[in-house]
Design a binder for this molecule. Sequence first.
Ligand code: GRF
Length: 195
Amino acid sequence: MTRRAAILVSGTGRHLEHLGTLATRGELDLEVGLCLSNKAGVLALERAEALAIPQLVLDPERQLNAAGFSHAAFTAIEDAGCDLVILAGFLRMLVVPPRWTGRVLNIHPSLLPAFGGKGYWGHHVHEAVLERGCQVTGCTVHVVDNEYDHGPILLQRTCPVEPNDTADTLAARVFDVERDAYPDAIRAYLQAEGA
Ligand code: GRF
């Protein structure tokens, strides 16, 4: 049975667009039932619109605390009939309610547990990798628990760090790896779940 997923975003929505496109083409056995953003006016929402994915902007003024935001988010996700959550460039702390344990996935642009946790997002991750002199980096798809970048690892892919890399060139190389890693990990997850 096709699972219905909510994709949570905060920014550009490259993963949202790619996963949504694969789902539309039948190359990923998912229906995207909701794009939930904690920011208004972001490119991810335009990309969701273009794919006819229903959108919701939740608490853009940050008036809710993490628990309040999460409660509202999971209520909206359940109201949209979704039973899987995919974080894709989502930058707010989410408190996963017990009934959702094991059903929230994330992709992080490093080889966790290295360069993960609070403060490690976007270019900060790649700058830290360069500063440390790593020769290899990559991405990690994991199940989300209630600690940043911490839950069980589903899949990792690597790529080299080149001598003249900047945070931008490295981010682009890692994202190239992420593009296939996320759908591959989701397919394996769905298969393991017997979905
Ligand atoms: C990726 O680097 C991913 O690892 C991180 O957010 C970035 C993607 O954001 N979680 P987006 O899909 O372009 O919004």
